[in-house]
Design a protein around this ligand. Structure first.
Ligand code: FE
Ligand code: FE
Length: 270
């Protein structure tokens, strides 16, 4: 039986689009860019119902993903259903269903910020720390040199602007859907998701850390627990990708009470 491998970025069928996405992401995601995006997008003034947000993701195919070319809502349902099938807690099932919802950023994004359907380098893909040196564990590390911060002595050392052992929560990461949804839910008054869910949402794309093992100088004790949380979640984010097509309307009935339990039934402010 042929084994399916995931996240193979050197396979001959990985499209040029994936590579080009990472080239632009590495070049444009500077410390200054990330700060500008925080100011610009973290306004929490756009109300959108959770289910409407999930539906709108039907319009988006993640260009950075070499394993899946289905609308993103399918990936969300596949992840949630796999977590549910394993009998994991309801909050984790819900986390699977919403973990990529930060990609709704494309609804009010634009090409210049990399937050549109056509330009997704400010929205999706593996993230890294800005404000310190880019590690070799980034996919396509040959693009690290394109980032202007790597010529700035303030930002190009292994700790950069950070204190040793400051911990992940004190690092500024490349701007994208992880941080966006985390901040939106942190601001959401009715949010009762446990801390583990918030860690899964905020750091699931942080591959150079959770899979590459980089940034050890910046980590603290608590981050070891974060790593266990992420590893646990990651298998559902990654290994559930398949061509099975779900209908959102068929699964809403099951997930709606869970969503209301943890997020209330009012709109979320994006
Ligand atoms: Fe994601
Ligand atoms: Fe995902």
């Amino acid at each position: 039986m042929e084994e399916k491998t995931f996240r193979n970025y050197t396979a001959p069928d990985v499209s040029e689009a994936v590579k080009e996405h990472y080239r632009k992401m590495r070049k444009n995601q500077t410390f200054d860019y990330v700060n500008r995006m925080h100011k610009k997008y973290l306004t929490f003034d756009k109300p959108l119902d959770l289910w409407e947000a999930i539906r709108r993701l039907n319009e988006l195919v993640d260009v950075s993903d070499p394993d899946l070319d289905l609308p993103n809502v399918q990936h969300l349902i596949q992840s949630a259903e796999a977590i549910r099938a394993d009998g994991r807690p309801d909050w984790m099932q819900l986390t699977g269903l919403i973990h990529d919802l930060g990609k709704v950023m494309f609804l009010w994004g634009n090409d210049e910020d990399g937050t549109s359907q056509a330009e997704q380098w400010g929205m999706v893909g593996d993230i890294f720390v800005v404000g310190c040196a880019l590690p070799e564990t980034c996919v396509y590390p040959e693009y690290n040199a394109l980032n202007a911060d790597m010529n700035n002595p303030k930002y190009n050392t292994s700790t950069g602007i950070y204190e040793k052992g400051c911990g992940i929560d004190n690092l500024k990461l490349a701007w994208g859907h992880d941080e966006y949804l985390y901040q939106v839910l942190k601001n959401h008054k009715e949010n009762k998701l446990p801390k583990e869910a918030m860690v899964m949402i905020r750091y699931h794309s942080f591959y150079p850390w959770h899979t590459g093992g980089s940034y050890s100088e910046l980590l603290n004790e608590e981050d070891k627990e974060y790593l266990n949380i992420i590893k646990d979640f990651n298998k559902y984010d990654l290994y559930t990708k398949c061509q099975k097509i779900y209908d959102l309307e068929d699964v809403i009935e099951y997930y709606k009470p869970i969503a209301e339990k943890y997020l209330g039934d009012g709109p979320i402010y994006w």
